[in-house]
Design a protein around this ligand. Sequence first.
Ligand SMILES: Nc1ncnc2c1ncn2[C@@H]1O[C@H](COP(=O)(O)OP(=O)(O)O)[C@@H](O)[C@H]1O
Ligand SMILES: [Mg+2]
Length: 169
Amino acid sequence: MIIICGTPGTGKTILAKGLARYGFKVIHLSELVIREKLYLKYDEKRNSYIIDPEKLLKKLVDLQRTSDKPIIVEGVGAEIIPKEFVDVCIVLICEPKELQRRLEAKGYPPEKIEENLEAERLNIIWGEALDNYGQEKVVVFDTTNISEEKLISDAIKELKKRGLLKGDH
Ligand SMILES: Nc1ncnc2c1ncn2[C@@H]1O[C@H](COP(=O)(O)OP(=O)(O)O)[C@@H](O)[C@H]1O
Ligand SMILES: [Mg+2]
């Protein structure tokens, strides 16, 4: 499977939607977790579900089995899916100034924005991806100054290069 990781606002959902046009089955993690109840409990303080990693992995493996192309999972952290299930981990990054602008436009509260900017400054997700998947399975795209279409076409090129998408597109 192909996973797309990155701090909120870096462009994961946009990229995943773009890749869906090429026939990939795209899974938006948060929707799947809620719909299939793949959580341990609800965290009141953080306002989010705590994922049950075993249930999630079982579900993703099931979904992969019925798909002829690798499935794409977006919005997942770089720590939850074990390396042997991952063909490539796409990490999206963005300069903090631009990320701030995007998160403000999304209406994030100031403390959430600061938390995410700090994570991005420290390259936390990128670091986790390298830790868990190794350099050969990690591809990084900086979305700060490129268009959404360019991001999608760069990702398609990379997936073709890795044999994860065949034919002319
Ligand atoms: N090259 C780019 N790729 C993706 N998003 C971009 C790009 N340039 C600007 N954006 C903007 O950044 C935001 C990314 O939002 P989204 O895809 O929801 O991020 P995420 O799912 O990572 O939280 C959108 O408002 C989008 O218009
Ligand atoms: Mg998103």
